[in-house]
Write a new protein. Structure first.
Length: 128
């Protein structure tokens, strides 16, 4: 098995021993992104909507490093610190994807790194 670690300068640098994404064959496994502005290293302000936008932009930046885009995503997992924010998150999420939408799971967690409200990980397909 050949694994290729992916690193985009346009997404936040990993803050631990992990890759932004790993490609194995035609599959790309994207680590969870949090709403950190890659240029400032700071969590974006503005609540769940702004945080969701930044997370999706960070995922897009990692995919761009592979010549892919969000249409390549087949599965996402969304972590929210409070499911009462689901509707607002979902409204922003819907503007980044088009049919056929990726499969998805959304779960509530007690906390996320840097005190953020949302984290999203994804699996993408890079084949034809």
């Amino acid at each position: 098995m050949h694994k290729q670690a992916i690193l985009s300068q346009d997404a936040p640098a990993p803050i631990g021993p992990y890759a932004q994404a790993v490609r194995v064959g035609d599959w790309v496994f994207l680590s969870g992104q949090i709403p950190v502005d890659p240029h400032t290293g700071e969590v974006v302000e503005g609540g769940i909507e702004a945080q969701t936008r930044q997370v999706l932009q960070n995922l897009q930046a990692v995919l761009t490093a592979l010549g892919l885009n969000l249409d390549s995503i087949v599965k996402t997992t969304i972590y929210l610190t409070d499911l009462s924010m689901f509707a607002e998150m979902n409204e922003v999420y819907a503007t980044y994807f088009r049919p056929p939408y990726p499969a998805r799971a959304t779960v509530q967690v007690s906390a996320l790194p840097k005190g953020v409200q949302v984290e999203i990980e994804a699996i993408a397909y890079a084949g034809g």
